[in-house]
Design a protein around this ligand. Structure first.
Ligand SMILES: NC(=O)c1ccc[n+]([C@@H]2O[C@H](COP(=O)([O-])OP(=O)(O)OC[C@H]3O[C@@H](n4cnc5c(N)ncnc54)[C@H](O)[C@@H]3O)[C@@H](O)[C@H]2O)c1
Length: 272
């Protein structure tokens, strides 16, 4: 059954990984797509795949960190579309502690991972509220509820996304608009290659070890995409994805000290 026929789904960061698979999962369910990314060539590949499924697609090169670009994008989108589902997915990673992270790096990651989500919500949620319907999906991470010493800036942004989403869910509930936060664990995508490695983690060995870990874990982005579709259909709130994300979610609540110890061991194993 096509659950999203006559619906428009907007996905940011749709050129790769979780964003690409999410866009295609909604397209398979009948949705019209509005997609954006900074990678024009790969964005077009996603658009072509969705068109091959018979869907209408509007694809634009947009930097989610750029407030003016997001404003223009939203104005163009709203001329032809009412967005039913907004997936704020675009994101980047940075491995390093506070002592390794320059202020330029902080600006970069906060700009994309946190301001990008804020921009998406700021420019697209008001029309949903006017129409009294819609669903917002913000992609956080297991790093949105577990702080680790080697992901200071990344965790900061992902905790921010989780906090914003919880608050937004409460705010928008009376308006008939739902909000879900997706918190994946280790998902095998090209995020490893784009990851900025800093301080003592800035080695080829670290990147090779991360790639090997992600390959070995081999949890595909299409499984996160399915969880996102399911979250909208079932109007879910916080959605850990992958068994380790669920385990950490509960351990953090039930045994926070044990979780901190386990977290340090896991970071060591990952090369930290
Ligand atoms: N892969 C994982 O293990 C994992 C785990 C938890 C959370 N996440 C989150 O999932 C989301 C998607 O990550 P992914 O693993 O699919 O990574 P990915 O690198 O495969 O895809 C990210 C996409 O975002 C785009 N992007 C980057 N900066 C952008 C910008 N300024 N404006 C617009 N688009 C931009 C990239 O070009 C890329 O197409 C991110 O928010 C990430 O933090 C990933």
């Amino acid at each position: 059954m096509e659950h999203f026929s006559n619906k428009t789904v907007l996905v940011t960061g749709a050129a790769s990984g979780i964003g690409r698979e999410t866009a295609l999962a909604f397209a398979r369910q009948g949705a019209t797509l509005v997609i954006c990314d900074v990678d024009k060539a790969r964005l077009e590949e996603t658009a072509d795949s969705a068109r091959a499924l018979g869907r209408k697609v509007m694809a634009r090169v947009v930097d989610v960190a750029d407030r003016n670009a997001m404003r223009s994008f939203s104005e163009e989108v709203h001329k032809d579309h009412a967005v039913d589902v907004l997936v704020n997915n675009a994101g980047v990673a940075l491995t390093g502690g506070l002592l390794d992270t320059s202020l330029e790096d902080w600006d970069w990651i906060i700009g994309i991972n946190l301001n990008g989500v804020i921009h998406g919500c700021h420019f697209f949620v008001p029309k949903m509220v006017e129409r009294k319907s819609g669903y917002v999906v913000n992609v956080s991470s297991v790093a949105g509820y577990l702080g680790t010493g080697i992901l200071a800036a990344y965790c900061t942004t992902k905790f921010g996304v989780l906090g914003l989403s919880e608050a937004l869910r409460e705010e928008l509930h009376p308006h008939g608009v739902g909000v879900a936060t997706i918190c994946p664990g280790v998902v095998n995508t090209p995020i490893v290659e784009a990851n900025r490695l800093r301080g003592r983690y800035a080695t080829n060995d670290m990147r090779t070890r991360s790639r090997a870990l992600y390959n070995k874990r081999n949890y595909g982005p299409e499984r996160v995409a399915n969880a996102i579709v399911e979250a909208v259909l079932r109007r879910k709130a916080v959605v850990p994805v992958t068994p380790e994300a669920w385990a950490i979610y509960w351990m953090k609540r039930l045994a926070p000290k044990t979780m901190a110890t386990v977290g340090r061991v896991l970071v060591k194993q990952a090369g930290g």
